[in-house]
Structures are given as structure tokens and as C-alpha cells.
Design a protein around this ligand. Structure first.
Ligand SMILES: [Zn+2]
Length: 175
């Protein structure tokens, strides 16, 4: 095989080529191969974990801050991005505003995100926690403290009355 030989991308309608290399695992051009790898959940989980770990280091975070801010400004100036983001935030607003639209799989995905982000909040207190969150007046540590206080108060009440106040609240919400 001659050095520098190239082969056409096998993706339909793609006219790009890639350099032939026995180590290559695909017959796609660089762009199409990247798009394919970007869909791999295991790879994304690994990258996400690495990023979270890096951000836990204050020094690394401080070092990255200026370029993160610059990237934010660049995005804010990008009209296509802001339009897409506006549409996304509108959907988020609809979701938290009560009228949930979207396919079943989207709703399920939303529930999974909630289960992850609210993992520290017991199920029957999540509606209360979310209400605090939406109000925007209480920051996260305070929200968690308020909910923990509520859990303790409910427990006390249960010990003296045998009733679960959290279940009564849930029932009221549903009726
Ligand atoms: Zn291609």
C-alpha cells in the first residue's frame, strides 16, 4: 500500500476520503467517524467522569475559567445556538410549568435525569424540593436543609400520631 493512499468514506452521499491505515477501525471519514463515536454511551460516560474529576480540582478549574467564560461569550454571540437554546429552555419551562409535552421516550429520559439530580431527596419530598427550586429564592444547600428539616418533622409527627404527613401531602397534591 502506498504511503498517503486515501479511500472514500463509506457513508452514503459523503464525498470525503480518509487516509488508509491498518490501525483504523472504520471505513468512515474523520467527520463521520467522530459523529459515530460521539454516540457511544460508554465513551461519553468515561469523558463525563473525567471532566467531573478535573473540575473537582480548584486549581485546574481556576486555570480553565477564562477560556470557559470566553467559550460562553462565543456561544452567546452565536444566533443559531441562542435560538436552539431558547427553544430548549421553553420546553424545560413547559415541563416544570406542569404541562408536559413530548414523546414517551423524552418523558422517560426526563424522569431519569430527575432521579439522578434529585437522588439525595427522598421520592415523596421531591415535589416540595422542586417547588423550592422553581421559586429561585432558595439556594441548594438551604433547600436540602429545609427538606431534611421537613423529613425530621414528619418523622416526629409519625411517632406521635402514627400518620405519615408526607403521604397526606402527596394525596392532596394528586386530588
Ligand atoms: Zn464521511
Amino acid at each position: 500500500m502506498t504511503r498517503g493512499a486515501r479511500a472514500p468514506c463509506t457513508e452514503d452521499g459523503c464525498e470525503r476520503t480518509y487516509a488508509i491505515d491498518p490501525r483504523r477501525k472504520t471505513t468512515l471519514c474523520r467527520q463521520h467517524a467522530s459523529a459515530l463515536f460521539a454516540q457511544d454511551p460508554a465513551r461519553n460516560a468515561k469523558l463525563s467522569k473525567a471532566m467531573t474529576e478535573k473540575h473537582a480540582d480548584p486549581q485546574w478549574k481556576a486555570l480553565r475559567a477564562p477560556s470557559c467564560a470566553a467559550a460562553g461569550r462565543k456561544l452567546a454571540a452565536n444566533e443559531e445556538f441562542t435560538a436552539r437554546n431558547r427553544e430548549h429552555m421553553r420546553r424545560v419551562g413547559q415541563k416544570y410549568g406542569g404541562s408536559v409535552k413530548g414523546s414517551e421516550s423524552r418523558k422517560l429520559a426526563g424522569q431519569k435525569v430527575t432521579a439522578t439530580t434529585l437522588a439525595h431527596i427522598p421520592l415523596e419530598y421531591r415535589a416540595d424540593y422542586r417547588a423550592l427550586m422553581i421559586s429561585g429564592r432558595v439556594r441548594k444547600p438551604e433547600r436540602v436543609r429545609l427538606i431534611n428539616d421537613l423529613v425530621k418533622a414528619d418523622q416526629k409527627r409519625f411517632e406521635s400520631t402514627g400518620k405519615l404527613p408526607q403521604l397526606e401531602r402527596e394525596k392532596r397534591r394528586k386530588s
